[in-house]
Design a protein around this ligand. Sequence first.
Ligand code: G3D
Length: 166
Amino acid sequence: MRILMVGLDNSGKTTIVLKINGEDTSVISPTLGFNIKTIGYTLNIWDVGGQKTIRSYWRNYFEQTDGLVWVVDSSDLRRLDDCRYELHNLLKEERLSGASLLIFANKQDIQGALSPDEIANVLNLEAMDNSRHWRIVGCSAYTGEGLLEGFDWLVQDVASRIYMLD
Ligand code: G3D
């Protein structure tokens, strides 16, 4: 399973991965019955936004992406417009059209952070293509809250699509 984790810089991507890797491996996913670390997956992480554009080099990866994780800093209200723009821009990539999309509304531990519902509104998630499988989950890479729930949904959603095709 190939997972691509993307978001503006400073949104918390690295911290999420460190937290997941540092968690007790005996933790069993409630719906999948196994930990995501045991299933075998590759994870690529990219920053988007600012001066950086989607390079043709990246497109080679898109084709092989099963699951897309978009990480939002829910406390950085000033950059939410950028965040919305970059997300919708990325979703225009035809090669990503089949990927399940998990949006992590990260940094929920920070006072004043927007809730997942508020983030969904600001990012205009309802405007996404009807065929897109997506979900938004509030999380904190600091406390670990929401991380397993989010990855659990993503992995299950990807798996159900793959099995349906078989
Ligand atoms: P990136 O990989 O997306 O660029 P990082 O982002 O993982 O480097 O995180 C950027 C900063 O946000 C880091 O702070 C990190 O500790 C902090 N951060 C990440 N996730 C959370 C979270 O859930 N809650 C809080 N409170 N902070 C978070 P520093 O100060 O090290 O740059």
